[in-house]
Design a binder for this molecule. Sequence first.
Ligand code: SF4
Length: 344
Amino acid sequence: MGKTVRAGIVPLFIPHMGCPHHCSFCDQRSISGQQQRVTPQTVAKELREAFSYQQPPGTEIAFFGGSFTCLPEELMCAFLEQAAPFLQNGQAAGLRCSTRPDGINLHTLALLRKYGMKTVELGAQSLDEEVLLRNQRGHTSQDVFSAVQLLRENGFRVGLQIMTGLPGDTPETLEKTVRGVLKIHPDMLRIYPTVVLRGTLLENWMRDGSFQPMGLDEAVDICSGILARMEQAGIPVIRLGLHASDTLEQEMVGGAYHPAFRELCESRLIREKVDRELGSFAAGSRILLRVSSKDVSRTVGQKRANLQHWRQMGYQVTVRAADVQPGSLLLTEDSDYGYLQRGV
Ligand code: SF4
């Protein structure tokens, strides 16, 4: 299984206080009174602290929060100014930000480039009109395609973020989103299964019964499938599932969240690969499954879930670390009468 190698990132969370939108999943309004104010001064302090430690070569400063380019221009530039000294002295290799697809225009891109921005991540969430409308995103799928084109024409690297399991999302609308992402072929992708946060529209809809969030197992099923398709297309999936944090765990009231969501997805893909191979062994066989030491825990699965799954299929599988390429699986029938071998 391909592992994404990433240079370091110094992340700065810049909330968009006073955002005029009301996306169904966003808790910006409910937290605006509680959150510590983020100012250019607090950002400067964070950066000084981060760069007082040795950062890996190629480290970028990232302005996350979702709508960076929708901030008032003066404030956006004031944040960017704080990063300038670290770019000039070579401690940071570039800047990146996340924003809304309709927050991109030529004037803003010229400003971003002036300050050394190299990568812009767009919160697309879905590429289906109905899903975008129902979740009150306030932009269209065409806005995503247009923003990507403008970014690329102006030499930016493009990241996309999508969500699965939003209200109105069906296998068909998700397929539309996945095909759209494959067509765009972003430089990187983040996939977030929907999590219901306190104080959001999603919470209201969940409580009045008009929305039922997807459970963890279904989300793993769906997201592992997307991960496999993206890896096959050479699109790096740099994030799967929300970052674990105490705040998230306190504020979450429903939906698909697990602190090791990516590992669950990778483990599911290994399970499916092994399932396909097991068909060529007689039911009841004892199987020795040799994998790279890096893949042992993913192969066994969380709480030995994969081993139990194969047992239910009628196979007693033993997983052992061996000198094989990461991502390779070597299956051997482990019997008193010799062995059969399958390499995947
Ligand atoms: S997710 Fe939507 S509501 Fe929240 S800050 Fe971004 S644009 Fe505004």
